[in-house]
Design a protein around this ligand. Structure first.
Ligand SMILES: [Zn+2]
Length: 407
């Protein structure tokens, strides 16, 4: 069976390469944004004149003309530019399938990235800790080799975050994946522990490690607020805060990878709550009926981080289950936190506190998140959620069409 894997490493660039990378990112961003502009403003004329719609193929053909005209575009290898147009095509596909909002222009310093195809690059090991990748027109760039590559390289993405430039290899590996044992599990996303399983397992989330980083970032942000706008000090502290955020994201992603791998190994049928209908304030305030403690502390930014973490968990779990031919079922989370997993009595008073569940009817006691996870597993037999309820609300849709200017 062919499976896909991603490997990401920190790059160590020379000053000259730094400049070159910025140039590549800049040209690819320009090509993407030009492509977006054409699709947004000129799609009608294009169809009238050419008798066909704009696609990444038509835009790639026009790219050749553009390259002939501008030397500084020609200086940059062509495939990353074609890949940028390919990304745009995917962004539109997702938009028309209501999976994403209308594509927005890529911004400097935020979306700095470009991509090559696997067959264009070469990889070599330098010594125990270092390897290098050879990129067309750029040459060899070094990266810190933390684990060996395995499989066939499909593509290579170079991207910059607050910690610097990174290389991400996307690989195809031929591997026998053992099917998971026939076992079903329900998973509830909690507040303190980020997930609870219907088996009673509650893998410990590295909340302390994250809190230390978040407090450090808060301190930087406080001192940053006192700096003069545009000052060197201020810019430096903005970068420091962003670097801490990147580290928080890394800790979370690692945890999500480890936990989802375990679940995919042990269960072939997994139920989670459907986020499209889940009350998104739940993670901050317990249940609406039964607000948790520390609501203020958990609301706002913290909450949005929790939600993003849960989405990532879901994405990783989904593909790991798919690799083994297992099933992920999203269930309607209605009442899953308020009903008793023992006698099915539904009552807001069942939830004694954020963590404690005690049924007022039968006296059944459990950790509230585990009780919810059992209910989520049980909800798999409930009728599916109405598919017509799209993730994009009608209100959002109308705003969107206003935003797309008429040529
Ligand atoms: Zn009960």
């Amino acid at each position: 069976m062919l499976i896909n894997r991603g490997y990401r490493y920190r790059l160590y660039l020379t000053a000259k390469q730094q400049k070159l990378f910025s140039q590549y990112a800049g040209v690819c961003r320009l090509v993407y944004n030009l492509g977006l502009e054409q699709r947004t403003h000129h799609w009608r004329q294009f169809r009238r004149q050419m008798g066909t719609s704009i696609s990444d193929v038509t835009q790639s053909a026009e790219l050749t003309a553009l390259r002939a005209e501008f030397d500084w575009i020609k200086e940059v290898a062509i495939t990353p530019q074609q890949q940028a147009l390919r990304d745009l095509q995917v962004a539109y596909k997702n938009f028309f399938a209501a999976r994403a909002l209308y594509p927005t222009p890529r911004r400097k310093g935020v979306d700095d990235a470009f991509r090559f195809q696997g067959r264009e690059v070469e990889v070599k090991k330098i010594n125990r800790n270092w390897s290098a990748v050879k990129l067309p027109k750029i040459g060899w760039v070094r990266y810190r080799d933390s684990r060996a590559l395995e499989g066939k390289i499909k593509n290579v993405t170079l991207s910059r975050d607050a910690l610097g430039w990174h290389v991400a290899f996307s690989l195809e590996i031929e591997r026998d994946v053992e099917p998971a044992p026939k076992a079903a599990v329900g998973i509830d996303r909690g507040v303190a522990n980020s997930v609870a399983l219907s088996t009673g397992a509650m893998p410990v989330f590295p909340i302390e490690q994250i809190n230390v980083l978040v407090r450090r970032r808060q301190a930087v942000q406080q001192s940053l607020a006192k700096r003069k706008k545009g000052s060197k000090r201020r810019r430096k502290e903005i970068r420091r805060a962003a670097a801490i955020s990147a580290r928080v994201a890394r800790v979370r992603k690692h945890w999500n990878h480890v936990q989802t791998a375990r679940i995919a190994r042990d269960f072939n049928f997994v139920c989670i709550e459907d986020l499209r209908t889940a009350n998104m304030t739940r993670s901050a305030s317990g249940t609406l009926e039964d607000p948790g403690t520390n609501v203020a502390q958990k609301s706002g930014l913290n909450r949005s981080i929790l939600e993003r973490g849960w989405r990532q968990f879901e994405t990783l779990l989904e593909y790991k289950l798919r690799e083994r031919g297992s099933t992920l079922k999203k269930v309607d989370p209605k009442n899953t936190s308020r009903s008793c997993s023992h006698c099915e009595h539904v009552d807001a008073r069942n939830r004694e506190s954020q963590a404690q569940f005690r049924c007022v009817a039968c006296g059944h006691e459990a950790h509230a998140d585990v009780n919810a996870a059992i209910n989520i597993l049980r909800a798999r037999t409930r009728p599916a959620i109405d598919k017509s309820r799209s993730r994009i609300s009608p209100k959002r849709k109308s705003r969107l069409s206003v935003k797309v200017p008429v040529p």
